[in-house]
Write a protein that binds this ligand. Sequence first.
Ligand code: F6R
Length: 627
Amino acid sequence: MIYQTGYLRMCGIFGIITNQDIPIGQIALEGIKRLEYRGYDSCGIVAQYDSQLFIKKDAGKIDEINERLKLFDFPLESKLALAHTRWATHGPPTKVNSHPHLDCSRKIAVIHNGILENFLELKEQLELEGHKFLSDTDTEVIPHLIERYIRQGIDFTQAVIKAINKCVGAYGVVICHADHPDMIIAVRKESPLVIGIEEGKTTYCASDIPAFLPYTRMCYILEDNEMAILKAGSVKFLNITNPDEPLEKELNKIEWSIDAAEKGGYKHFMLKEIYEEPLALRQTMKIPRSKLQTFAKILWSAKNIYITAAGTSFYASLAGKHIVTKFLGKYIHAIECSEFQIELGDALQEDSVIICVSQSGETIDLIEAVRWAKEKLKKKITLLCITNVVGSSLTRYSDETIVTQAGPEIGVAATKTYCTQVLTLALIALEIARYRKVLNEQEINNYYEALKSTPDIIEDYLKNKVSNIKDIVNNLDKSSNFFYLARGISIATAKEGGLKLKEVACRFIEGYSAAHAKHGPISLVREGFPIIFIAPPDETYQRLVGNVMEFKARGGKIISVVVDSDKIITNLSDRTIRIPQPANKYYNIISPITFIPALQLLSYYAALKNNLDPDQPRNLAKTVTVH
Ligand code: F6R
């Protein structure tokens, strides 16, 4: 491995080619605005006209750069443009490191999402051949490689194929050439790329569908090693490992609306997506039962079961594993995906089942864990995937997939997808209970009704009960750190609630086991130190009461999240957040879903209070596609 990390890169890419008189600069600009969640430290646009390429790019957020450079402003005679929003990896976010990148002749422009692992080696060779590099990026080797082959007399398309075949790593790459104004070339390996088409008029490519959804619902999903040659209103595909064979691909129709991907009147995507939780849960309740049964049967016959994910998806896995274990009667090992290979090594055995949970289905640590497991045990392992993105990389490695129905999630902080991941695992758990006959039909029905009521409970909470959240935030000392404490299944809620506050409000908090907190962390507690207790009335409640008293006795300011009818912890608390749900065992398993919106809102308002943008947390991007 010869690249250095230190910066993360996700990046959003967009391309358009048309035969219509439409403002392609404006369309490209709006395209990358809708991809800003993928990275937002610099951006750029290139357009072709007068047999030349014209570039505008700089470091900064898209709106700021647009104000200075008028990114939208290209003449109507221009029929082709590429645009990029960057998240730096190689080299800091500066103008020269922003995309697009050019070759020496300034005729070939490239935008890229991913990492070229062998770029230093390629750059050294190209420099020896006389190529001049301007940036610190890995991407810049691509236009120079293409230029090398064109200089050897090879045509543009073949030169791209040769150049791409030299590159080792992950890429979604989009390329144009000043002398070929009738085509854009897009290639994919491990970084998402989709092609949108308005038959006979305009063709688009992008890292994600919302970028072109205002113009077309018809799209193709590019797979690894596939290349698309975009012409105005048409597209041709080929496989770069076998370029002579024509490739037929399926045209998909996108059913969801662009409204789902835009803010819809809310100030931030994060807020909108919290308010979409009831809808997301209702949609997720409709996952076909046959799918849930397939997962249930595979889990029941498995020798060993692992669940793996990153960040919020990992905490959803912790909550979900609790529910599944309750009815499965077998232990499920939860391992963060970044540690999966190191922790398991030779201990990973045949006939194991791995449940992979990922909103994006593109998180690189998860993909690598899955690839490693598949390679190690060849076919003798089963991968079950729960993701929110149809056709994502993870689905291609998996034996069975369930797609959560949260719809596109644009806010960098995962919110609605967390709820739908936990709900999906809980629905699988109920199928296991039915399959194993560990519950009678009446009990299964009671649990099912509780799950079915999660959207109503959250809706009721969001409509009628949120008023004290702002008040709680306003009374929290702006500079203090604090704990989120819980026991049992709610430890996952504490960890996820804590993660949200850390990432969007930049406060150091710890989501921890209330029991374990006595073994060290309690020494931090002093007069007024805030502690949020997650306290559903489950089997851990009585012991949690003891923990609340211990922290209160040391001066802790107690804020607790409880059900409406709660009394004991309420009386011990300075403030309570009350969730409108019944207090019984059927509802206790749903508390990871119904208690989380309050904590997400608390983080949201804490971010606003600290003058932070909750949709673009510092140092974070939505999909982490590098290590
Ligand atoms: C936190 C957050 C991240 C993601 C993590 C995994 O709000 O969004 O922690 O949960 O990067 O991403 P996915 O689920 O796409 O694999």
